[in-house]
Design a protein around this ligand. Structure first.
Ligand SMILES: *Cc1c(COP(=O)(O)O)cnc(C)c1O
Length: 393
């Protein structure tokens, strides 16, 4: 089912993880439900348990539906093999637990997704891992924080709250010199717009909840490993009993088919919306790596193949009443967590937590997801709400 690498990504999206002739000619791989998998003979039972068997001896290890998504995402990310998890955060935490031991040192960018930060400071430290944060813009300079016992260097590029683009190849080069694994949260770019394994990453995570599912109707995570990390990831995942439900996996497979078309529209809408917001007098700064003035723009151009629809905007300091009026005036943007669905969102963010690189803006920070609506309508709605904010302030 994995296609030869001569095909483009867009062709993979349509064909990967599908094999109609195995399923009565049905175009889509069905949602297999099952715990027990029956063997007819002792030999068959024993052969099911061999490591080379692509399927499983028990439902917890996955069904043909699970394998379809795993092979598709692994091929798109450019890795060796993948495993699904019931959420993006579960994929992150179990990947870290697969690699880390008590006494190890682990580095996380200061811009890290909040729940990953909380897991590192809570669970990992409690288990005896030495957790340290680094400047997301450190690049090769991370070498000064690497130690002989550094086991994991985590990257998230761009950070999903403040959008710093990381020099992943330089960080990976330095990390590999001390034998550390590079683990990436690749959710922002999706497997289409950043190819982690071409840039030195050893294990890449997708919160499939976002663009892969794409319709805000399921939670799912996928972790893709290279050959160096695969056995460790697989063993830990089995040990922890991680598995995901067939309906959610089916929805993720369905989302994959239109991922490229959707992402190109999210990209275009996001850039046009960000540019229009940058011109508004109440906006202090737009944080979007695809805009030429952004500090991460050069790295984004060098390493990424596109941009998704998620960015942030730092407003001038305004009274709360003005912010309330702004949100009341928005018609097309919902206030809500998550992103990557077809709908537009505008989320008031808490002041980013920073221990290495201080956050200096004092006004409100908004995280915006440009959905698939008409871009004119989105720009118009946002400008009207910003005008309202200016009026009340
Ligand atoms: C949403 C998100 C996650 C977690 O995904 P869930 O499926 O909600 O657990 C991880 N990383 C990033 C960057 C995210 O935006």
């Amino acid at each position: 089912m994995a296609l030869p690498h001569t095909f483009d990504c867009d062709t993979h999206l349509v064909h990967a993880g599908r094999d109609p002739s195995s399923h009565a000619g049905m175009v889509n791989t069905p949602a297999f439900r099952g715990s027990t998998i029956i063997s007819k003979s002792l030999n068959e039972w024993e052969s099911r348990k061999l490591p080379g068997n692509p399927y499983a001896s028990y439902g917890r290890f996955g069904t043909p539906t699970t394998r379809a998504l795993e092979t598709a995402v692994a091929a798109l990310e450019g890795g060796h093999n993948a495993l699904v998890f019931p959420s993006g955060l579960a994929a992150i935490t179990h990947s870290l637990l697969a690699l880390l031991r008590a006494g190890d040192h682990a580095l996380f960018p200061d811009s890290i997704y909040g729940p990953t930060r909380s897991f590192a400071l809570g669970v990992l430290q409690r288990m005896g891992v030495q957790v340290e944060f680094y400047d997301p813009c450190a690049g090769a300079g991370i070498a000064t924080q690497l130690q002989p016992h550094t086991r994991v260097v985590f990257v998230e590029s761009p950070g999903s709250a403040t959008f710093e683009v990381q020099d992943v190849p330089a960080i990976a080069l330095a990390a590999h010199r001390v034998g550390a694994f590079v683990v990436m949260d690749n959710t922002w770019a999706s497997p289409l717009f950043f190819k982690p394994f071409e840039h030195g990453v050893d294990l890449s995570i997708q919160a499939a909840t976002k663009y892969i599912v794409g319709h805000s109707d399921a939670l799912l995570g996928v972790a893709t490993a290279n050959e160096r990390t695969w056995r460790l990831l697989q063993q830990a995942t089995h040990d922890f009993g991680q598995t995901a439900g067939p309906d959610d996996i089916y929805l993720a497979l369905r989302g994959l088919r239109s991922l490229s078309v959707r992402l190109h529209r999210h990209w275009e809408n996001g850039v046009l919306l960000a540019e229009s917001m940058a011109r508004h007098p109440m906006v202090e700064r737009v944080l979007h790596p695809a805009l030429p003035g952004d500090p991460g723009h050069a790295l984004w151009r060098r390493d990424f193949r596109g941009a998704s629809g998620l960015f942030a905007v730092a407003l001038r300091p305004v009274p709360r009443a003005a912010l309330e009026a702004f949100f009341d005036h928005l018609e097309l943007f919902g206030i809500g967590l998550s992103w990557g669905g077809y709908e537009s969102l505008c989320l008031p963010m808490d002041t980013p937590t920073r221990t290495v690189r201080p956050w200096t803006h004092t006004g409100p920070l908004l995280r915006i997801h440009a959905g698939l609506e008409s871009c004119n309508d989105l720009v118009h709605d946002m400008q009207a709400a910003l005008n309202r904010l200016q009026h009340v302030a």
